[in-house]
Design a binder for this molecule. Structure first.
Ligand code: NAG
Ligand code: NAG
Ligand code: NAG
Ligand code: NAG
Ligand code: NAG
Ligand code: NAG
Ligand code: NAG
Ligand code: NAG
Ligand code: NAG
Ligand code: NAG
Ligand code: NAG
Ligand code: NAG
Length: 363
């Protein structure tokens, strides 16, 4: 009797093990039909050699607490013109892993037309993390996205590590607004050890608190950016720490930009140990005069940019580029401490406005 029971229990355990670990938790092929049941049943999900059908999202919005999602092999996407999201991830205590040898080949060249995401062809976003908490995303290898790569919205305590974004081919082929990381209303987001090759901001922090950007390499693109801020539902960026990054072959290196005639706050910002190479517009630019997305030359009051530290920024900007430029209304900026900023390029002596006293800023 006892033996019989043991065998029965053993069999049951074996069956359950096979069910939870096996093919039922692997999504492969090109149908999303099983994705809902996989999310309900599995905490170890594998997505392998999968093609997301055109005009659909790989929607991982119903993951169970503690789920790991691993990507293997080639992940590709059907073509449709839309502003949707190719991949969406939400949940708590989620681990997303790109396994060695996998690749997201978005074939963004099908969308690239020299226009922004919402002009010309409508272009989908690659990866939206929304309401993602206490989670990590690591090792993703991403090639040729239609527009923005990773948008992080309304999320908390998420670490992105070792992400490789390669939109290099977009330089010659009309890629636009391929922002690497786009942060919005999130807190405690860390991005580290990543390589970003693109045509727009390496990272754009639009709102939120406690954003950390460590040991990343930015190439192409428009640098490590805060904003442009103003005119959104939230216009406060607080506590940003950027450390140990390089910015190469980029229009700008570091930038903080706000729209004229809007209000908001940029507080507690530190950039340290940054290397530039071949910057062609501005090394460091802080300006409060945008209208639309363009500079007007007239900065306005309405923003506070307080406690802004820059320490140890070295490297070269092109001779024609301006190494440091600040255009703010008087009284907007306070408590800045810049030191060891050593950049080549044009020094536009006395061209800066709104720089607070004793800040160490040298224009
Ligand atoms: C996956 O889909 C196939 C065919 O559509 C079905 O037979 C199978 O039961 C599904 N598996 C799960 C885990 O839902
Ligand atoms: C995925 O593709 C790779 C390379 O073609 C192949 O080795 C592997 O067996 C595929 N996996 C599945 C589940 O089909
Ligand atoms: C699918 O198309 C509709 C209509 O154009 C659009 O609203 C939606 O965002 C698209 N979804 C995806 C994922 O592309
Ligand atoms: C998070 O998920 C892991 C499994 O991936 C689990 O071991 C751990 O207990 C979870 N943590 C919490 C606080 O739920
Ligand atoms: C999910 O995980 C978090 C920590 O990662 C834990 O605090 C929370 O209680 C868990 N929620 C549920 C519903 O298990
Ligand atoms: C990121 O890569 C570094 C260096 O290869 C490695 O030490 C680290 O464990 C990786 N981190 C994650 C979360 O994969
Ligand atoms: C920022 O997030 C809010 C909601 O959290 C959303 O409505 C808005 O579209 C997002 N903006 C951008 C630029 O992503
Ligand atoms: C702010 O938004 C309003 C309404 O959408 C628009 O009319 C105005 O031009 C915007 N201002 C700026 C500075 O972008
Ligand atoms: C700011 O608003 C004032 C008053 O409406 C207007 O005259 C000025 O042109 C605006 N500045 C910019 C840069 O849009
Ligand atoms: C200034 O900002 C840094 C982060 O960039 C923060 O650690 C520090 O506490 C802030 N100092 C004050 C006086 O708020
Ligand atoms: C900038 O300010 C000057 C002088 O106040 C004004 O004549 C001009 O129209 C303003 N330009 C814009 C774009 O607001
Ligand atoms: C500034 O950098 C140049 C090389 O880019 C170097 O030769 C020079 O010594 C540096 N100056 C200081 C004060 O660090």
């Amino acid at each position: 009797m006892k033996l019989y029971l043991k065998v029965l229990i053993g069999l049951a355990v074996a069956v359950v093990t096979v069910f939870t670990q096996n093919n039922n938790c692997i999504l492969t092929g090109n149908s999303l039909g099983n994705l809902t049941s996989i999310q309900q049943q599995c905490t170890e999900i594998v997505i392998e050699n999968f093609t997301v059908p055109a005009n659909q999202s790989l929607s991982l919005r119903n993951l169970r607490n503690g789920t790991t999602v691993s990507f293997r092999g080639l992940i590709s996407f059907g073509y449709a013109e839309s502003l949707g999201n190719l991949i969406v991830v939400s949940g708590t205590n989620i681990t997303v892993i790109g396994e060695p040898g996998h690749l997201f080949n978005c074939r963004g060249e099908r969308w690239w037309d020299g226009f922004a995401d919402n002009n010309g062809k409508l272009k989908p976003l690659f990866f939206l993390a929304i309401n993602l908490r206490y989670s990590s995303v690591s090792g993703l290898r991403i090639k040729n996205t239609p527009q923005r790569v990773i948008a992080i919205q309304s999320s908390q305590q998420v670490v992105f590590s070792n992400i490789t974004i390669d939109n290099f081919e977009g330089d010659r082929n009309g890629a636009h607004t391929t922002i690497g990381f786009d942060l919005n209303e999130s807190s405690d987001i860390t991005i580290q050890g990543s390589q970003i090759v693109n045509q727009d901001d390496c990272i754009a922090i639009n709102s939120g608190t406690n954003s950390y950007f460590y040991d990343n390499h930015c190439r192409g693109g428009r640098g490590i950016s805060i904003g442009p801020l103003g005119n959104r539902s939230s216009n406060v960026v607080r506590n940003v720490h950027v450390r140990g990054c390089t910015v190469v072959n980029s229009a700008d290196g570091i930038r903080i930009r706000t729209f004229a005639n809007t209000t908001g706050q940029v507080l507690d910002i530190t950039y340290e140990n940054i290397q530039f190479q071949n910057i062609f517009d501005y090394g460091i630019v802080v300006r409060g005069d945008l209208r639309g997305n363009r500079p007007t030359g007239n900065a306005t009051e309405g923003f506070t940019i307080r406690n802004f530290t820059i320490s140890n920024v070295q490297g070269w900007v092109r001779p024609s580029a301006i190494s440091v430029f600040v255009l703010l209304a008087e009284g907007v900026a306070s408590n800045w401490r810049w030191s060891r900023v050593n950049l080549t390029g044009t020094r536009n002596i006395n061209s800066c406005t709104g720089v607070p006293p004793n800040s160490g800023v040298q224009c």
